[in-house]
Design a binder for this molecule. Structure first.
Ligand SMILES: [Zn+2]
Length: 401
């Protein structure tokens, strides 16, 4: 019979298996009764020291283990309380295979953590017939262990951006390492105080090692970066600039539409995406429509050229050339008599330093777009993401993979 023993499946130290009891005809669950092996001195669960004496016996614990075949496995262990000289008090004894306050074995907890990388908490809970709260607590404790600390060393170039949570009603700020894409820090909101929480954790040396920061032209971020990293170069992300000009194009288009008459009006109608899309992404049907649009309306033709020329601001690795390009661009744009264009020129002039810095530091935040996509997946799988801490840990985990 020894060849058929189940003990090999439970390689737990200092334990003896007493018997198994398989319930029901369909073997859907089984109880494995265990007891501490009395040849060993029990250990303190708190500090791991050998017990001075056994204080009392007969505290049964029921601990869920990994399923076997079709059966849910429950371990019943009669534990003892001990006197620990080191803790100077009564403690429960340590079990090698389960943490003191957790009702699943360590190996089941590890399995749950692995499943939670792919499945929703609800799916995992249903699959294992566990309470979703238990599943989440286990996942979160593993995440805390791996991602709970912010590693702030060796940061040279940062990316900072906001992400929309809850359909844009709420924002979080993400700070990531430009070279590795690692999420270094996340915090609530995107206001002036948000980044204080990040920068205050940095030592003087850590701050000094940061040479450049890529971000959007967002005053609260700029303000804090300047305050904490006075020597770092701020670089405004190219795609944010393009996006900003996209809004300008749309406003110009609307004004032109309002002014236009007859057939010209029809050509401008519904032309928003023709103007905003990259030309190479247009279909064969859309291309002639764009050509016609630019033909009938000179102002839209001008902003369309300006949109294309915007790329040149980020083309040069030479500040002088970048500056010349910016001056040319603003001069060209100055011919368009529209308040949105005027406001955009003013903005470019105001934030000129961060565009020219791109010549020295060709960096941007587009890698954060990838992080944003991962966040969307996490949100779709959401359970309990009113728990910001859990959400942040899940994002860090997804971005480390
Ligand atoms: Zn102790």
């Amino acid at each position: 019979m020894s060849g058929l023993s189940i003990t090999g499946y439970f390689p737990f130290k200092r334990m003896k298996i007493l018997y198994q009891n398989i319930h029901h005809e369909d073997a859907s669950s089984a109880l494995i009764r265990m007891a501490p092996d009395l040849r060993y001195t029990p250990l303190c669960h708190h500090c791991g020291t050998e017990a001075a004496t056994v204080h009392s016996k007969g505290y049964p614990r029921f601990i869920r283990d990994l399923n076997m075949a079709n059966a849910q496995i429950f371990l019943q262990v009669d534990t003892r309380k001990i006197w620990c000289n080191r803790c100077n008090g009564v403690r429960v004894e340590r079990l090698d295979f389960a943490d003191a306050s957790v009702r699943v074995t360590k190996r089941l907890a590890r399995y749950i953590y692995e499943l939670c990388k792919k499945l929703t908490i609800k799916d995992v809970a249903e699959h294992l017939d566990l309470d979703p709260k238990t599943v989440k607590a286990i996942d979160k404790s593993f995440l805390e262990e791996s991602f709970g600390q912010n590693n702030l060393d060796n940061l040279r170039v940062l990316m900072i951006d906001e992400i929309a949570v809850h359909k844009g009603h709420r924002y979080m700020t993400v700070v990531a390492d430009f070279f590795t894409g690692r999420v270094v820090w996340m915090g609530q909101d995107r206001n002036k105080r948000t980044l204080d929480a990040f920068f205050k954790n940095l030592t003087k040396e850590q701050k000094r090692s940061i040479e450049a920061v890529a971000m959007d032209m967002w005053e609260p971020f700029i303000n804090r970066v300047r305050h904490y990293l006075p020597r770092a170069q701020i670089v405004f992300d190219f795609f944010h600039v393009v996006q900003g000009f996209g809004k300008v194009i749309d406003q110009v288009r609307r004004s032109e539409y309002a002014k236009a008459k007859g057939q010209k009006r029809d050509v401008i109608k519904d032309s928003r995406y023709l103007l905003l899309k990259n030309e190479e992404n247009l279909t064969d049907e859309q291309r002639p429509r764009l050509a016609q649009l630019l033909e009938v309306n000179k102002t839209l033709a001008s902003v369309y050229i300006l949109k294309d020329q915007l790329k040149m601001l980020y083309y040069w690795g030479d500040r002088v050339k970048a500056k010349q390009t910016l001056d040319d661009w603003c001069e060209m744009a100055g011919h368009i008599d529209h308040p949105a264009v005027k406001a955009f020129i003013k903005q470019l002039r105001f934030f000129e330093y961060g565009i020219l810095n791109h010549a020295d530091y060709p960096i941007g935040t587009s890698m954060l777009e990838g992080i944003n996509n991962k966040i969307k997946v996490i949100k779709r799988k959401a359970y309990g993401f009113h728990d910001d801490r859990y959400f942040i840990l899940k994002v860090k985990q997804a971005c480390a993979a």
